[in-house]
Ligand binder design. Structure first.
Ligand code: GLU
Length: 309
């Protein structure tokens, strides 16, 4: 079945119209000074379909900080470098702890529960620091290729501001180093990781970059296999189980799609064999997910019949 983006336009318009209902119900991330300055009352959504179509509503062309959504893309690069050996250093199960918790590192003897909690993403970043000449350029290059946009870049001000307050990530990296699961210098690894999180993209760019995950790794525009066969299926399974912080179960119940969120207020979601979706609204619920973004995806999958279940 081919999905046509324009058929979803009325639904996207209606979702964007409804978004202000959720304004004020969450809080913009305040732990990263560069994000606290963002106007909270914004909402954008974009879908990109396998036939090359794109439909948008609201602020879909406003760049935002993708934060933890970057963990999906850095994971793919680390898997390119290390293959299945990566899983000797990082697990594939939900952590049951906050994304930046140090407790689990101790409990698991230095092997993070999954690549989407901060300790796991730090191990992933370590793989890139070890093998890429300039890890942030490698990541941005990958995002530009997937999104077909040279505009995608790193917001160095956001990265710099986060580095001034990244004590918990420094602590996590130091603990991982102590357990022998970080090869590089903890400061260099946190530096690379923080710059990955500061990647700046619009909903349109993010939806396009996510599209190969809906198409078994093929870029529908060029026909090129941009992720090795099987990679999308596996990374999607991690997104479904570990992609929404401690709300992955609730998200699977209410939305029913593999997805990854970030504290910048973005959520990227995959509808296998049909489309990719990016939604953004900066105000977050207590678990760190965009309030309006979560609600938008719930309505889109319900009214658009897009859940994988
Ligand atoms: N850079 C943020 C941190 O490390 C990312 C958090 C997130 O989006 O989950 O805390």
């Amino acid at each position: 079945m081919t999905t046509n983006a324009t058929a979803f336009q009325p639904l996207l318009d209606s979702i964007a119209e409804e978004a202000p209902v959720y304004y004020g119900q969450g809080k913009v991330n305040s732990s990263i000074p560069g994000l606290a300055r963002v106007d909270p009352k914004q909402f954008g959504i974009a879908i990109a379909t396998l036939d090359g179509g794109v439909a948008t509503a609201g602020a879909a062309k406003v760049p935002f900080s993708i934060q933890s959504v970057s963990k999906v893309f850095s994971l793919c690069l680390a898997l390119d470098y290390m293959g299945e050996d990566l899983w000797t250093r990082v697990g594939r199960n939900p952590s049951g702890q906050r994304f930046n918790s140090l407790t689990r590192i101790e409990q698991e003897q230095g092997r993070p529960m999954n690549p989407f909690v901060n300790p796991g993403a730090l191990v992933v970043a370590d793989c890139l620091v070890e093998r890429a000449a300039t890890p942030i350029h490698t990541l941005i290059g990958f995002l530009r290729k997937l999104a077909h946009s040279q505009r995608v870049g790193c917001d160095y001000d956001v990265a710099k501001s986060e580095l001034s307050t990244a004590f918990r990530n420094y602590a996590a990296a130091s603990l991982l180093k102590e357990y022998g699961n970080l090869h590089g210098d903890p400061r260099a690894v946190v530096g690379a990781y923080t710059h990955f999180c500061a990647a700046s993209m619009t909903c349109v760019e993010l939806a396009k970059a996510a599209l190969p995950f809906a198409n078994d790794g093929k870029d529908p525009k060029t026909g090129r296999q941009v992720l090795p066969p099987g990679r999308a299926r596996r990374v999607n399974s991690l997104m479904l189980t570990c992609g929404l912080y401690d709300a992955a179960g609730d998200f699977a119940y209410r939305v029913g799609l593999p997805a990854k969120s970030g504290v910048g207020g973005g959520i990227m979601a995959i509808v296998p064999n049909r489309m990719a979706i990016a939604v953004w609204s900066p105000e977050l619920d207590p678990l760190g997910n965009s309030v309006a973004g979560f609600a938008a995806l719930e309505r889109l999958t319900r009214d658009g019949d897009l859940s994988v279940f």
